[in-house]
Design a protein around this ligand. Structure first.
Ligand code: SF4
Length: 442
């Protein structure tokens, strides 16, 4: 639904240009230098001029504010929502494995929204398919050069990609990537592999095609296995441990060749392949700066390396005993860290413990920590001595715009962290890194 023009300011950074010219939380910034504002990208783009004329609405009155920017001065504005015209652009595809189709019934409405908005790709690194770009969108990309973008390729063969996306008129992604290259826009791509659909020879073709576009515009290719829940009604399945090892071997050949020819591995398997295959993740040097860590590519390596640094400076014996909760996929990695922590803390049998939670809500096929629910956590922890605090993975909880945009601190089954703590009878906190976890225990 169309909204009023412009965006509502949530906060103004002290000392910024916005503060100097008297902007306040609650003001609606409608236009800059005559340009109506569709989102925060427009604010950044049009607000980068030295001389500004802002149209601002405050308490029903419109004001014109003129400003000249001092050297290096930022507008310093945070907005209630990043997009002002529509909440988020909807996806027009119909993938067999779409997570929205795999949701349980009766969850909050926002969890059934399929988004595919190139602006969120630029702002937050969301992967998009580029199948809903209009002529205006392309003109905007040309004008504003929104770079980098994150694109779900899945397959470069046109018919196969259309089948994958459930969309007969999906445009040719290779043509689109070449067009982005012409605009000087860098692209990180992902290939979600589905057994028997786009792996094998199709993966070879996809990686071959993307390698031709190396750097112009494709900066990296993340290869990720399909994720399923028990509510999947299609014909997809997940990869076995043996199949995961075979995929890793296949991709490793590409990585080695890219390394030789280009100096970068260019293709990066997500952590899940290694965890399912029971293999150690590669060293940090093989991630070339971790271009897709938010996509689950290299998170485990970063965690292990972070722990290596932290443990050298651990205060002996004065961390609170705690329970660390996680999904079953990452549990062996965390169990290694916790065993070492207990040893260093001289508490071999007490102190820290890891409790892997089998996902009952979405089914045991769903193994990642980010899809655990509050009820499953509570059920799994019953009967366990919990120590002085329970740490839950941050990924379980909604962020401002993530995980279905519930209020922050809320799980997928709409349980707030305070309710989980009350039901468990111990303090509960969320941690996203080893450092955050150790801080909570000090
Ligand atoms: S592109 Fe993403 S949101 Fe759209 S149908 Fe496929 S999986 Fe769902």
């Amino acid at each position: 639904m169309a909204k009023e023009p412009g965006g509502v300011i949530e906060a103004v950074e002290p000392g910024s240009l916005g503060a100097r010219i008297g902007l306040k939380p609650g003001d609606r910034l409608a236009s800059i230098n005559g340009q109506p504002l569709r989102d925060v990208i427009d604010v950044q783009f049009y607000g980068a001029e030295e001389v500004l004329e802002l149209v601002v609405e405050r308490a029903g009155r419109e004001m014109l504010i003129k400003a000249e920017r001092d050297y290096g001065e930022e507008l310093g504005l945070a907005f209630v929502h990043p997009t002002f015209d529509v909440d988020i652009r909807r996806c027009a595809n119909d993938c067999d494995f779409c997570f929205v189709k795999q949701n349980r019934r009766g969850m909050r409405r926002s969890l059934y929204v399929k988004d595919d908005d190139y602006r969120y790709s630029f702002l937050f690194g969301n992967f998009v398919t580029l199948t809903n770009l209009s002529g205006d969108d392309w003109r905007r990309l040309e004008e504003q050069r929104l770079s980098p973008l994150y694109v779900s390729v899945h397959a470069t063969e046109l018919e196969l990609r259309r089948r994958f996306l459930g969309r007969n008129d999906a445009p040719d992604v290779m043509e689109q990537l070449r067009r982005l290259a012409g605009l000087g826009i860098e692209v990180h791509t992902q290939v979600v592999l589905v057994p028997g659909l786009n792996d094998g020879e199709h993966l070879v073709r996809t990686l071959t095609d993307l390698a031709v576009l190396y750097r112009e515009p494709v900066a990296s290719v993340g290869v990720v296995p399909i994720g399923l829940t028990r509510y999947h009604q299609g014909r997809c399945r997940t990869y076995t441990a043996d199949e995961s090892r075979a995929i890793l071997e296949q991709i490793d050949e590409w990585r080695a060749e890219n390394r030789r020819e280009r100096g970068y591995r260019f293709v990066y398997p997500s952590d899940e392949w290694y965890l399912v295959a029971g293999q150690e993740v590669p060293p940090a040097s093989e991630y070339d700066g971790f271009p897709q860590v938010e996509n689950g590519v290299g998170m485990v390596r970063q965690l292990l390396d972070e722990w290596e640094e932290l443990k050298a400076n651990l205060p002996p014996g004065d961390l609170r005993p705690a329970t660390l909760v996680c999904g079953t996929l990452i549990a062996p990695v965390l169990a290694r860290i916790v065993a070492e922590l207990n040893r260093l803390q001289d508490k071999a049998d007490a102190g820290w413990q890891v409790v892997p939670v089998v996902n009952q809500f979405f089914g045991p096929v769903t193994t990642v920590s980010g899809l655990l629910t509050g009820q499953d956590v509570i059920t799994a922890l019953q009967g366990h001595p919990l120590g002085q605090i329970v740490l839950l993975p941050s990924a379980m909880f909604a962020g401002q715009y993530g995980a279905g945009s519930a209020s922050p601190g809320t799980t997928l089954d709409d349980m707030h962290i305070t309710e989980i703590a009350a039901r468990l009878g111990v303090p509960v906190a969320m941690a996203g890194t080893a450092a955050e976890a150790l801080d909570l225990l000090g």
